[in-house]
Design a protein around this ligand. Sequence first.
Ligand code: PMP
Length: 427
Amino acid sequence: TARTPLAERSAPELEAFAAEQERAYAALKGRGLALDLTRGKPAAAQLDLAAGLLELPHGVKDASGVDTRNYGGLEGIKELREMFAELLWVEPEQVVAGGSSSLTMMRDVLVDLWLHGAVDSERPWSQEEKVTFICPVPGYDRHFTLLEWFGIEMVTVPMNDDGPDVEAVAELAGRDASVKGMWLVPTYANPTGSVVTQEIAARLAAMETAAPDFKILWDNAYAFHHLTEDEAKSADILSLAAAAGHPHRPIMFASTSKITFAGAGVGFLAASVENVRWYTGHLGKGSIGPDKVNQLRHAQFFGSPQGVRDHMAKHRLVIAPKFAEVERILTERLSGLGVATWTRPRGGYFVSLDVLDGTAARVVQLAKEAGIALTPAGASFPHGDDPRDRNIRLAPTFPPLEQVSEAMEAVATCVLLATSEKLLATT
Ligand code: PMP
């Protein structure tokens, strides 16, 4: 009976199980833990991998002979654009190497769309009666709070293993001209770890949309963040969209925040040459050029596209054991009981845990009272509202391995207690 699904147990069995969980939880609380599995930050050991950056750059001129210490070059230095163009499967003239945050670039793009419209817009988005975005869920919380800040309405579609529910996306985008765009984290998505297949990307690139200026904000923040040797290749969205006659539809973002230093790396935007001109035209109203000294040291630190891949393999050695530990503990403690399902990501920074409907907030609360900080339930949904109250985002990269183990044992205890409480209340 140790592995009989809880829902199939008799009332006395369930009561005995719940009493056992209460004892385990009381013991857990007594330990006075202070652990944190909330944000997807690199661990200090990962940041140390990029220590060489602090000794760079050697010299001050980029490959074109430009003095990086001076103003100019809004689109970023040539060698870094070329390096990331190769990594992102685009042409160098389609890439902008920017400041230290890709999220800021995303916000800037939305501001520009709002105030001026896109290259293919009839009017600025602010002059539309209503603007709606398609949001695959669970997704990245900051994408949603950014849209909320604009007053952009959000409609959700399920994020599956192979990408968003593309039938649902095509239906929404096809029938409603207020639907102006969608978010997508195409590789090792936050938080599901999903990888958008070439087929789904092709469908998104080619689908008919009621709005002529529909945008796919393709946030490839985890493009190179493999957890196994089986490295997923991101779908080639710019080529697919160009081939389908919608060259200006995708705007791609990438970042070295989780490659070198978080918040002190380089953000990238990639899109059609017209979109790049549109973006830098607006960017130039607020900047005379990016931090090219930081760009130069990044270019020297990596040396080549292969240098970036090799660097990411070092990250994998640091964080893959933490993900393995999450998987081990969830399997040992929860599998077969019918209480939870979870993702087994092959890259990225997160594990997405789905507990019994109506118990996620309770699990997070129990964990908090026992000294384990988890991302608030619902955080991966627009307005923080998970309609089924079942999803919890786990971020195991930052704490040391022993703390990941302790925190996950505690999470398992909280899941079992919350589930037995719920089942007893409904039987
Ligand atoms: N996009 C996604 C999907 C993220 O998870 C994050 C956070 N690491 C970012 C963007 C933020 O990137 P940046 O540091 O370049 O602003």
